[in-house]
Design a protein around this ligand. Structure first.
Ligand code: ADP
Ligand code: MG
Length: 595
């Protein structure tokens, strides 16, 4: 059956033009997208020399008739859209009819394809813009495209390609990206003789992520989910206290199309503020489903950016999804038994992670440490999500037991030592108190209920030029928090009242540090920052001796907060030493406990 048409001049002119093929990875992306658009359940990618000498993509999709095969290399020939209206609701990955034209203009291309009719197929060879041969061949249903010697006729472009190794890592990232969004499709990627990736079809994105990135990454993820009207988001993202040093594991898909989007990245960062340690970036696999007519995919030559009709909704979905998942239960930082080896070198991590999980799916998924009772009650996840996700990851999500840990004592006037069913807890007293106060302050602030103490004699504070500017900026917020201060001319202000949390002697210091902290930030962020600083200033200090009663009260309050794991500045509060690790370290296997 013939499907391909050449778009009219008018439609073609409306297509975001630009460089489609930049490097071997772009060839891989376009060919794999074509295979998926053709309904393939298996896609094999073979490359040589980082894709510079060969990219071969073979699929078992619906293939092309001989007539379509003759047409597909023509610019703006496509089977996926026909008129202008179609541009407004694109459901396929491709739609411009440009990829094969662009590729064949800059390489030696061989296409073999068959739509299965009569067991026959066709082979077309092209070199640059030239047609070299058309041959009838015996070929099963499907399509194989070979692209050799990319940019052979554009030496200047060829010179700009990077080393085989780094071109290969672009390819790996491209394939793993797309493969994450199509778990029901088998993907194989080989570099020369070496199979880098072979992931059979699975049911869920979670299983696919496990196949692609291995147990370690998968077990650090939590399932996330949110919906607003016809906009849906599902996916996986770092557990609190997780994340990694770089942003290499952030993949965003809109209707299964891999995209890059600054706004979504900003939302992700905001969602993770305060639940990841400083200098950590969240891992994220975000799958958005949005009505086709509300996403414009025709804005970028490589189709890797999109425009949303409801960008705000998309932003909110990210925040809501992460917040809801975090609210399911706090996770306490586990003490690492021993420092691990050096982190893998930049760029190598991807390849190694990819080469590693070639274990048969199933067995490896159920890692040690899975407690059978944890399988029940996770109770979330739609049809394609949740079920089948490696349980190792899910067990981390279990809310900590409701029982408050029992305080054993204080260590070095810094740490509270407590006992809990899951192990020994070492709690930073200052950070813990800071978290407790911060949550309380947020509450007070929301209700505008700061208790204010008035000074009999106002305290005159002389500010530096920069502090004075900061004060003017934050004055309204400070006043709302109970710091009543009047400008007195010059750079002095008279502090007349302060929140009734500390003595008059401290009020001045706290006021000064708030002024300095609030500068250069806007709106909500400034407010949170001020509250965090206020909590920090009024919390018990490191080095302060505490009696049992105070410690018990503090720990009880801590575990009542939404986030006992991290202080508002992103420092960990609680370290958990598992009983298993103690048993192991002291040569008392858990199985023989009691002997
Ligand atoms: P687009 O994907 O934007 O339509 P391409 O230049 O990538 O443009 O492909 C042109 C046309 O060739 C497609 O619309 C499709 O009909 C056909 N085609 C390309 N690759 C395949 C494939 N692997 N299987 C079946 N048809 C294909
Ligand atoms: Mg295409």
């Amino acid at each position: 059956m013939n499907r391909i048409r050449v778009l009219s001049e008018g439609v073609a002119a409306k297509i975001a033009a630009g460089e489609v093929i930049e490097r071997p990875a772009s060839v891989v992306k376009e060919l794999v997208e074509n295979a998926l658009d053709a309904g393939a359940t298996e896609v094999r990618v073979e490359v040589q020399a980082g894709g510079k000498s060969l990219v071969r993509v073979a699929d078992n999709g619906r293939g092309m008739s001989a007539e379509d095969a003759a047409l597909c290399f023509k610019r703006h020939s496509t089977s996926k859209i026909s008129d202008e209206q179609d541009l407004d609701r694109i459901s396929t990955l491709g739609f411009r009819g440009e990829a094969l034209a662009s590729i064949s203009a800059v390489a030696r291309v061989t296409l073999k394809t068959s739509d299965g009719a009569g067991g026959k197929g066709v082979m077309i060879e092209r070199e640059g813009e030239k047609l070299v041969s058309v041959t009838e061949i015996a070929f099963p249903r499907g399509t194989t495209v070979e692209v050799r010697d990319l940019f052979f006729n554009l030496p200047a472009r060829r010179k700009f390609l990077r080393s085989d190794r780094s071109e290969l890592s672009f390819i790996v990232r491209t394939v793993t990206g797309i493969a994450a969004a199509f778990p029901e499709t088998r993907f194989v990627l080989a570099h020369g003789e070496r199979v880098l990736l072979d992931c059979p079809a699975v049911r869920t994105a979670g299983e696919r992520i496990y196949q692609l990135f291995g147990r370690e990454v998968a077990s650090g993820l939590m399932e996330i989910k949110a919906a607003e009207g016809s906009h849906h988001l599902e996916g996986y993202a770092s557990l609190p206290l997780g994340g990694r040093a770089d942003r290499s594991l952030q993949h965003v898909f809109v209707n299964r199309r891999p995209v890059r989007d600054r706004m979504i990245m900003a939302a992700l960062n905001q969602a993770y503020a305060g639940i990841l340690e400083r200098n950590r970036a969240p891992e994220a696999f975000l799958f958005f489903s949005i009505p086709f007519e509300e996403v414009d995919v025709n804005v970028h030559p490589a189709k890797s950016e999109v425009r949303f009709s409801n960008a705000q909704t998309v932003f909110r979905l990210v925040l809501q999804a992460v917040q809801a998942a975090v609210a399911r239960g706090p996770v306490l930082k586990k003490m690492q038994p021993a420092a691990g080896g050096p982190a893998p070198a930049q760029g190598e991590g991807v390849l190694r992670a990819v080469a590693e999980p070639k274990l048969p799916w199933g067995e490896a998924a159920i890692g040690p440490g899975l407690r059978p009772e944890d399988e029940a009650g996770t109770g979330h996840g739609g049809p394609a999500f949740g079920q089948g996700f490696p349980e190792g990851a899910v067990h981390e999500l279990q809310p900590q037991p409701a029982a408050t840990p029992r305080v054993i004592g204080q260590y070095e006037n810094l740490y509270i030592i407590a006992s809990a069913p899951e192990g020994l807890l070492v709690i930073d007293q200052h950070n813990a108190h800071e978290r407790v106060l911060y949550d309380r302050f947020v509450e007070i602030d929301r209700e505008r209920a700061w208790p204010v103490k008035m000074l009999l004699v106002p305290e005159v504070v002389e500010l530096s030029a920069s502090d004075f500017a900061a004060f003017e900026e934050a004055a309204a917020d400070l006043e709302a928090m109970g710091f009543l201060a009047d400008q007195m001319g010059g750079r002095s202000v008279a502090l007349k009242g302060y929140p009734d949390l500390f003595g008059p002697a401290e009020a001045r210091d706290v006021f000064l540090s708030l002024v300095a902290e609030g500068s250069g930030r806007a709106g909500e962020e400034r407010r949170k920052r001020l509250l965090a600083t206020l909590a920090c200033k009024s919390a018990v200090k490191a080095g302060e001796p505490l009696n049992m009663e105070k410690m018990s009260y503090l720990v009880e309050e801590l575990f009542r907060t939404g986030q006992p794991a991290l202080c508002p500045h992103g420092r960990p509060i609680v370290l958990r030493i598992e009983k298993d690790d103690l048993d192991r370290g002291l040569g008392r296997p858990a199985a023989r406990a009691g002997r």
